[in-house]
Design a protein around this ligand. Sequence first.
Ligand code: ZN
Length: 187
Amino acid sequence: MVLPIYIYGQPVLRQISQDIDITDKEAIQALTQDMYDTLKHSGGVGLAAPQIGKAIRVVVIDLDIISDDLPEYKGFHHAFYNPHIIETSEETETLSEGCLSLPGISEDVTRPNRIRVTYYDDDFIYHDEWVEGYLARVMQHEFDHLEGHVFIDRISPFRRKMNFSKINNFLKGKARCSYKVKTIKKK
Ligand code: ZN
């Protein structure tokens, strides 16, 4: 089932997400399927549960849609339960990011290029591993959502201010996007 995506300004995007009970497999799988459906419908590469209004630690990532450019991600379609970043590399890189909760905005963001993460996978198997490359980038963006952060928190105050006008136009209904959304009303 495709769910509406919560847009910047919704309080849930500022909450710290809680770990889920990993033994509740049926409920988790049903939620995950809805998140995959929603991600596919919106054309994004990742979706975190706060973006569908739930402050819990569930993320889905689909890199298959960029596998024409990055063939190593052909068929990459995974869920991450209770993910936590426990270490990061000192080396960083700067890449352009966008977010389904901030339609129409993209900005360069600097982040560590390697991260050590713990999580449960689609089959509820626990992992503790270092991740690099584009996946590390997407994970950091999505896992930020679980800490109540969005990517424009990581850009300069000047650039952030420039982007607020774009967001306000969207909230006032002056701009649209192609997927279902849930916004706070702005006058
Ligand atoms: Zn996002």
